[in-house]
Design a protein around this ligand. Structure first.
Ligand code: 5AD
Length: 440
């Protein structure tokens, strides 16, 4: 049997796409391996969102060339493959195969062509493609990603994704519910719905509120998450559905990108600072214990120190539980590359440092206040270090639990948080008969 090795970079949708790729190849006789040196096909599933992500892949290609069997096929798939297309074959001689996110169905045939001596690229968009008939090969039975929407129709000026993932399309609600029902039958109790702007989900007859209610009603499903939503697609209907659907977890990743209305406008985000704060307030009114995380870009063209101060003050005003912070990275072909007033790299770097410090301070303050409270965690596995199990609260906080048996993996336990590093927690299981005051 031929063996397939996949390395995945970037977002959760890439993780989910790699599971689909294993599904496509699996039904063509391939078995997965985690050792590239024994693989017949090596694929690197890539991200294009920042230059740094692409540089990492390019240097990894050099390493993989050294491990790989001389006859093995080396392919680049995903967003960087889509962005560069056949140019990647020219630039990186060791690459035989380049396939974008809508081309995975064709992998067996493309691999056969490479075996026949060709170098092949497929970067076509297929707006009907949902891989509906492909059974994903997932590696954890506990928690699953389920893609419900592919592509993006928004036009944020910094973002390459509309050019790498093509037009937005949603799967039919019944198809999603069927997949989640199957997952629940096989013991999965937590599902994360994925889409580029997942709460703009629209299958022609149902919106995201309908989807949350339908998936939340699947028997056996205990936790429902989704990522990433777009702030202004949180309609009252969606927020009400979240509040009324017991499985929906008390955590939203709500990318803000900047705290300055002026910068948001240049980014072509569809809200200003005040509107974003209104969405936060609506979410908190409906779901008081909700945890909020975000994405922030610094050094976007034209960002002044005053704009940046607005970002810092927004971090304080919202009090995010955590934030992913990035230095703006110009992406060829995106509208922002034509904006004037580039921010010098050293200025952007220095802003990033101040932002990281501000985010950490707020997160620490919030997390310290949680020490002593009790939570339900889903035990996900053994922690990397020490004799701990790793669990996750509904609010998406990671807790390391001392002294539990492996048998708890995959189970839900009530724990008391006993300490925090500022970002993660230590916790102890609540004994039987102890009072439960479950928060969040
Ligand atoms: N430069 C820096 N960060 C970016 N992101 C998207 N495009 C860029 C870019 N050109 C960030 C945004 C987005 C996250 C996934 O990546 O914050 O929410």
């Amino acid at each position: 049997m031929p063996r397939i090795y996949i390395e995945t970079y970037g977002c959760q949708m890439n993780v989910s796409d790699s599971e689909l790729i294993l599904g496509v190849l699996g039904r063509n006789g391939y078995t997965p391996t985690d050792d590239p040196s024994v693989a017949d096909v090596i694929l690197v599933n890539t991200c294009a969102v920042r230059d740094h992500a692409e540089q990492k892949v390019l240097s990894r290609m050099g390493e993989l060339k050294r491990f790989k069997q001389p006859t093995a096929v080396l392919g680049v798939v995903g967003c960087m493959a889509q962005r560069l297309g056949p140019r990647l074959l020219e630039r990186v001689p060791q690459v035989d195969l380049v396939v974008g996110p809508d081309g995975y169905r064709g992998l067996p045939e493309l691999i056969a062509r490479v075996r026949g001596g060709e170098r092949a690229a497929d970067v076509e968009f297929r707006r009907w493609e949902h891989y509906e008939d492909v059974p994903p090969v997932r590696n954890t039975p506990i928690s699953a990603f389920v893609t419900v929407q592919r592509g993006c129709d928004y036009r944020c000026t910094f973002c390459i994704v509309p050019m790498t993932r093509g037009p937005e399309r949603s799967r039919m609600l019944d198809d999603v519910v069927r997949e989640v029902t199957d997952l629940a039958h096989s013991g999965t109790t937590e599902v994360t719905l994925l889409g580029q702007t997942v709460n703009s989900y629209d299958d022609g007859a149902h919106d995201f509120a309908d989807l949350l209610r339908a998936v939340g009603a699947v028997a056996g499903l205990r936790r429902l998450r989704f990522t990433s939503p777009y702030p202004t697609d949180f309609s009252e209907r969606v927020i009400t559905a979240m509040a009324e659907t017991a499985a929906v977890c008390e955590h939203v990743h709500l990318p803000v990108q900047s705290g300055s209305s002026r910068v948001l406008k240049r980014m072509l985000r569809r809200y200003d600072r005040a509107r974003y704060l209104e969405v936060v307030a609506s979410l908190r009114r409906a779901i008081p214990a909700i945890a909020l995380t975000t994405d922030i870009i610094v050094g976007f063209p034209g960002e002044t120190e005053a704009d940046f101060q607005e970002t810092l003050s927004l971090v304080d005003a919202v009090a995010f539980d955590d934030a992913y912070t990035f230095k703006y990275s110009p992406r060829e072909g995106t509208p922002a590359t034509r904006l004037k007033d580039a921010v010098p790299d050293d200025v952007a770097g220095e802003r990033l440092e101040r932002l990281v410090a501000a985010v950490r301070a707020v997160a620490r303050r919030k997390n310290v206040a949680l020490v002593g409270s009790t939570h339900e965690v889903l035990v996900e596995g053994r922690a990397k270090r020490g004799d701990f199990l790793q669990g996750r609260t509904r609010t998406n906080k990671v807790a390391l639990i001392g002294g539990g048996p492996d048998a708890w993996i995959g189970q839900y336990r009530d724990v008391r948080l006993t300490g925090t590093t500022g970002s993660t927690f230590t916790a102890v299981p609540l004994g039987r008969g102890q009072e439960l005051a479950v928060v969040g």
